[in-house]
Design a protein around this ligand. Sequence first.
Ligand code: GLU
Length: 500
Amino acid sequence: MSVRVRYAPSPTGLQHIGGIRTALFNYFFARANGGSFILRIEDTDRERSTPEALEDLYSTLEWLGINYDEGPGKDGGFGPYVQSEREQLYKDKAAELISSGKAYPCFCSSERLDVIREEQKAAKKSIGYDRYCRGLSPDEADARIKAGEKYVIRLKVPLEGKTVFDDIILGQTGRKNKDINPDPVILKTDGFPTYHLANVIDDHAMGITHIMRAQEWIPSGPLHVLIYEAFGWKPPAYCHLPMVMGKDGQKLSKRHGSTSVSDFRKNGYLPEALVNFVSLLGWSYDDSREFFSMEDLCSLFSLEKINKSPAVFDYKKLDWFNGQYLRMKDPEELKEMLLPLLAGEGLISNPPSSGERGIFNGAFNIIRERLKLLNDVVPMLRFLFTDPGIGNAEDAIPKKMDASEAAKALVLGEKLLLEAADPPDASDEDACEAWDEVMDGRFREKAEKEKLKIGAMLQPLRLAVTASKVSPPLFPAIRLLGLDESLKRIKRLIDTLKNM
Ligand code: GLU
């Protein structure tokens, strides 16, 4: 039997970590088994589905490199399966269930349903449909339909017994039928199916062999099995994936940080880092290996290695992965990813001039090791392409010093720079390294002589040159900016500190 799996999102919001974990696991599993990966848009909730969510879904899958295998598409083209385009199928199938006595039309008005809900609440009973229309004779139901009365179709949930299913990860799980939502709606008055009906019909119609989805869907499992049974179909294998938690043990949510893929993308994460990181949310290969490319995962992934216990989303670990992947990236390719970010902030032109490229190339080797996110390039290099001003002068004052002492430390630095040799061209890496080392040595010597901590000498200097507490290593920064411009900025900060 060849593996056929699907990712079946409802386009009601941005793609988030939980969703793409499901998409990726299905994708890896299909690829590792030479099977098919299907994309199915579950947009039967017309009010909540939006074109923006759909757009976000497509661009996210493309960015991550997830390709689906088949689908009808428009004009004989290729595209995903879209449930809103398959309405007739669900209607026909629901009608079939009425004919076979597994479902029934229900004519109860929403006012009547409100009244029973209030009564159940008052009597502290569990809330649910009272199965009023289940007892209608088929003739009466037919007559009312013909007379044009509005109705929904409800599934007849058996009153006795238990419905169970086997989950590859969790083992057997199930529910007593009397605890299942009494006779849920499967087709709404507008003729649209509910999620449960369309989901089951499509999984069957598309020959899905394994349903891999988030554990949130476990409670729907028994109901789905009942729908399969009502049709006389065999359910696919189930594999519910472990929950994704924040570090505090609560379900991952916006409270913990970004959860939408578009945010991670905007903030400068690489798709390969995100794919690698997400692959480890509930799956592991062995105890030691943590680096996996998309290709690796598409051959190594297996269901047996999915964990039972919840996965923890560690933002620091993701940043670490991203830094690693940035370092592994081909330098030229990485440069082409960074330059537009600087241009986007108006720091350089787009495309960059050759002068700007030259400055950037000089800085690239210095920042490369320090980047965690692509976007880090902006705060790190802003000072090189524009005069950032003074920034927060308070940040120039080292601990246990006041403004005038900070000014004095800065004057010492100014002197050393006035005596410094002209920095070499950035392309001469050896000479640059030598220059940086000489300067570092001189500053240390001076600090010792003046009984200052080296940090106390460098802190005001760093702020003067870059207007930032975090920046690339200081002497390379000065060298790249040039001595004249650096000294001008230093003088400006000395004046400010003296007047504080
Ligand atoms: N449309 C459902 C969702 O949004 C699909 C659940 C399933 O995979 O069955 O998650």
